[in-house]
Design a protein. Structure first.
Length: 94
């Protein structure tokens, strides 16, 4: 099983792309899930249940300092980023 303290959002995105998933879900207390062909299902592979500290760690890695300040204030944030060589991603964090 993967160590949840080293897993990154980009790793999840790579698997989701390979699986032709349209959405990726990371929720504290669960394994990562994906929406594939209109059905939500677990991501394939040996992924751990992600605790709240590691879910937040992964999210914060995608944010600059200003984004983190807004997220800390509002506890909700929308952002976009590029995974080099793969895709552009929109993410909603709450």
């Amino acid at each position: 099983m993967r160590d949840q303290s080293t897993v990154t959002i980009n790793e999840f995105i790579e698997v989701a792309l390979q699986e032709k998933a349209s959405d990726l879900y990371v929720k504290a207390g669960q394994r990562p899930m994906m929406k594939q062909f209109s059905e939500i299902r677990p991501m394939p592979g040996d992924w751990p249940v992600i605790d709240s500290a590691n879910a937040e760690r992964m999210i914060r890695q995608m944010m600059d300092e200003r984004m983190q300040e807004v997220f800390d204030r509002d506890r909700d944030f929308d952002l976009g980023f590029t995974v080099p060589g793969l895709c552009r991603v929109r993410m909603n964090v709450y």
